[in-house]
Design a protein around this ligand. Sequence first.
Ligand code: B1M
Length: 210
Amino acid sequence: MSDFNKLADTVFRGDFGGAAQITKELIDSGAEPLAIINQGLIAGMDIVAPKFKAGEMFVPEVMMAARAMATGMELVKPLINDVDIPSKGTVIIGTVAGDLHDIGKNLVAMILESGGFKVIDIGVDVSVEKFVEAAKQYNPQVIGMSALLTTTMVAMKDTIDALTEAGLRKNLKIIVGGAPLSQEFAGQIGADGYAADAMAAKELCEKLAV
Ligand code: B1M
């Protein structure tokens, strides 16, 4: 097994220590930082993603794998310019106002990041104003909102309306997700898309962030 394959395997198994060690060894041996990212760290998450979709891996395992990938990324990132890191686009993600649930949102963020998006996570209980400010500041291709409570779903429409009123919708797609939501609800509030889970969110962003 090549060192890149070994690194991918440690990521897949959620082995943080192993991922850090092999990443350091690859850096010391002079391997290209982008090759470490693409052929090792992201390759590991590429094994995880379809298994999660197929129900062969579960949330805690996916989170461990994503953290192992992030551990390696932290070591490699200082060696390359941000502009050199291939990116499919910028996604801002947050849980809407009044809602503190973040496990699903964090999972979506990790899957998007491992899928090649630059993800700016603006946290939980995110006000309408904060979403608008973040859209102005980071100029993302996609804004993703998460809600787990039926009582906070309404904040999604308020946020979409505010982004529209601020004239920010031209080059911006809005996606929503969370257990109580549906495609129908997403359509009613004027979102560009709905994703039922983290993998679907990645596929949707790939379609929308062009
Ligand atoms: Co809360 N809670 N909770 N809770 N909690 C629910 C959501 C609830 C269904 C439990 C129940 O009654 N059966 C219920 C909501 C009822 C309703 O509105 N219909 C509920 C309630 C009522 C509450 C409180 C009001 C309880 C109280 O205090 N009386 C309170 C509210 C606090 C607040 O937010 N203001 C509360 C608090 C909490 C805890 C803090 C204890 C904790 C949250 C911890 C945390 O997130 N850091 C918690 C938890 C853990 C849950 C349950 C048990 C699990 C949620 C979870 O993390 N699931 C939940 C019951 C349940 O869902 N079975 C429940 C795992 C996660 C991976 O799945 O979040 O669905 P999920 O995310 C999925 C998809 O939905 C999707 O992809 C993810 C991965 O596949 N997805 C997106 C999510 N966001 C997306 C965004 C996208 C795309 C896809 O694009 C942007």
